[in-house]
Design a protein around this ligand. Sequence first.
Ligand code: ADP
Ligand code: GLC
Length: 477
Amino acid sequence: MQVLMVASECAPFVKTGGLADVVGALPAALASLGVDTQVVLPAYPALFPLLPTGTEVARFDDLPGGTGRIVKVAAHGLTLLLLDAPQLFDRPCGLYVDETGKDWPDNHLRFGALSMAAARIAMGQIDGYHPDVLHAHDWQAALTPVYLKMSNQQTPRSIITIHNIAFQGRFGPQVLGQLHLKTDWFHPEGLEFHGDLNLLKGALMFSDRITTVSPTYAREILTPEFGMGLDGVLRSRSDVLSGLLNGIDTDAWNPSDDPALAEPYDAKSLKRKTANRTALCARLGLEPERGGPLFCVVSRLTSQKGLDALLDAVPHLVAKGGQLAILGSGQPELEQGFMDAAEAYPGQVAAFIGYDEPLSHLFQAGSDVILIPSRFEPCGLTQLYGLRYGTLPVVARTGGLADTVIDANVAAIAAKVATGFVFGDVSALGLSEVIDRVIEAHSDPKLWQSMQRNAMRHPVSWESSAKAYRDLYSELI
Ligand code: ADP
Ligand code: GLC
């Protein structure tokens, strides 16, 4: 079976969040099940060194935003179809934003071109390549199923995966023509959303299947509270919607073989995890031995992630003997807030503002607890990394967080299945209450270690979800 994926990010090449981890890891898991995946990805500057190692397999003169060519490259176990269109993708800074943090004004053209190139490939533009299924990820790829539907040809069946419905790709109606979209599709049953063009809505209307990244989020987005205005559209298509939990790359995230760690460890040698705590504290200027748990955050600093509530709970966390290490970047007021907290509590709170992949591994290995107080979380990957590293997750009861962490309540402790802490109220008070529970559990080393072992045994690989994707693909064809 042949699957063509299209996405705007792919680890380890280009990443702003979990989407990249998923697109980078799922193809390998599918390969072991006999599914051959190729990934259409923009040729951003980080990918330029790969271009000369590949083969040009297609050229397009009339993409939105101009011309482009497709270069096929094998790298990191993936087969990439890079869209080389320097006028759209040869830019410094973020993948989606300029140096001031503002969206590039031609993002509709950039990702319209990506989607159109992918649709043409899906329809046989590359000699000898006829994929069975087109699998698009998020709004940046969302026009692909729309272009397939617009063509009057025989096309592969299509899937859109929603990684985060907060991001929809919404643009003024004046760009319809630039994107080669039919104006008679611009109505509420089609591409129109409150007078604008909504790319994700287009995919939700015109894909054969819709998936999202956890069963709980699949239910949540059917409600006005979580659907971000698209809950009605999703309810009308709920017969084709399902939630498939993300897995993680258990080779890239393996505490017994991780080059970013001070010392490798596994569930049988948890004592060696301490060396990583010492290394992390030294790196961040935290006091090495305070006795209480070291909490960490590895995250985009945005309101989605509930970190404003955590900021309000910092005095309580420190007063109770905990320490806090932050790795993240994002909203300036949150960055400033955590830098101020680090200044107010030297040795107890540290903030590393920026993006650092190896450091994120040391954070996971060196901390006792990873905090994820999200207001909504389609899946979340850092709690899965935490489980794998014996770093107990403290998570809000939402989306994929609720699907992956077993709360240390009395019944779960008695049954020896607890893997972390789940709480409901994302506020300073809710966080303070759960911090108290964590600190109490941490003061019982036997309980703590048994929870670490439960966590490290919890299945987090792609194995079962890759099978679920394969079954979905098979059903479609
Ligand atoms: P989201 O995709 O919403 O940002 P996920 O939990 O799915 O959330 O994925 C976030 C990914 O980005 C994880 O791999 C996490 O380790 C990584 N990450 C987030 N912030 C940073 C950072 N500042 N430095 C390194 N890695 C980070
Ligand atoms: C999104 C979501 C996150 C999810 C990731 C990968 O960025 O915010 O919850 O884990 O996509 O699917």
